[in-house]
Write a protein that binds this ligand. Sequence first.
Ligand code: GLN
Length: 485
Amino acid sequence: MHSKTLADIARGLENKEFSSVEITENYLQRIKQFDPEINSFITTTADQALAQAKQADKKRAENNATLLSGVPIAHKDIFCTEGVKTSCASKMLDNFISPYNATVIEKCESAGLVMLGKTNMDEFAMGSSNETSYYGPVKNPHNSNCVPGGSSGGSAAAVAAGLAPAATGTDTGGSIRQPAAFCGITGLKPTYGRISRWGMIAFASSLDQAGPMTQNAEDAALLMNVMSGFDPKDSTSSEKPTEDYTANLNASLQGKKIGLPKQFFTQGLNADIEQSVRDALSVYEKLGATLVEIDLPNADLATPAYYVIAPAECSSNLSRFDGVRFGHRCENPVDLEDLYKRSRAEGFGEEVKRRILIGTYVLSAGFYDAYYLQAQKARRLIKDDYLKAFEQVDIIAGPTTPSTAFALNNQHKDPVTMYLNDIYTIAVNLAGLPALSIPCGISNDMPVGLQLIGNYFAESELLNAGHQFQQNTDWHKQALAKSMR
Ligand code: GLN
């Protein structure tokens, strides 16, 4: 029962093979049984889930259900959920019960999806290994000595272990795609502005974007139909009408041009990953696509530019956590300054503090021009490289990560090594483009991810390419078969 995709569950519910209450109970039971080891959930919402499931069953009995009514899902604990703890995996928000729902949550509820709970993540989404969570690290379901990736590691691990059929995630520099690659699932980071950020706790607002984390591209399309769309509450959300993301899944790839950035296939790339990616590319050739080498001359600037811009924005966004309005407050402050200082010193973890310090530094008078302004210029160069490339090709392909999932407690102590995990994913956020990660191989028992990057609002094209690959290979199934308990 627990290896069913969203599409399978929707069909099963429609054909009355099982009820929403039954399938929801099944997942809740599995979370109880397996999550003490994996630690993919911070909060489970069993009572609420069963009430939502009952409601969905009633609607279906009245012939009043929509496609995904009664289908369970897990949400990253970065989305505000009314009446339910929303912690962002920080001690700062350990006691925060949100008074309202994020737009993503609202949309999922309107579609009838049943929330199983809130998933673990890096604190305030800062990290690539889930080790910065206040609630402890998540274990990779493929190997419990390895990290699941981050920051949406709880969502990725829950889907890979069959504790939820799908989950939501957010991606500021790779946080959907990198954990999807490490756990052997499918993750889509949509175009900036395609999904509302309202009620999604802000890390770096010009980069943050929510997206689906699923077992395959078809399910990602189903969730995109639910999650995307203009939201008057988010001034950066796009007014461009959404589309039916499933409509194009079966289109032919004949004649598509796939660009391979020469900067992605260099010495830093693990040889097995390169082989898996090249094998995947030859599948695309068989499906009628042609491969073209392309140049992204400023690719090297992406990581340094990101680690100026993201901390700068985070230092501003996180100033709201001051011990007064939200979350943690220190005991017996002697005055206001003491209250601010101790509440923040106690509430934030080490990585979050590091980012706030860097961000404050690069924005300060005297350093702004040298760092922040330079980084913004680099960002423009990176975006222009991609726009130029898309004059030549339809999709850009390469690895999602330079290695497979690494061991727990390994890179944790060296922030720069950790930051280098994002070399293939970060430029996409700086440019605001959509990108998909799909499983494309297994190396030393750990899954390998292929990244497909599209032009603005080309989500359908990416999902089509992902689906066609998954119709012609079974890496996504092999990866899941290994990780599900
Ligand atoms: N790993 C990156 C970081 O630590 C990206 C995180 C994210 O996408 N939220 O900032």
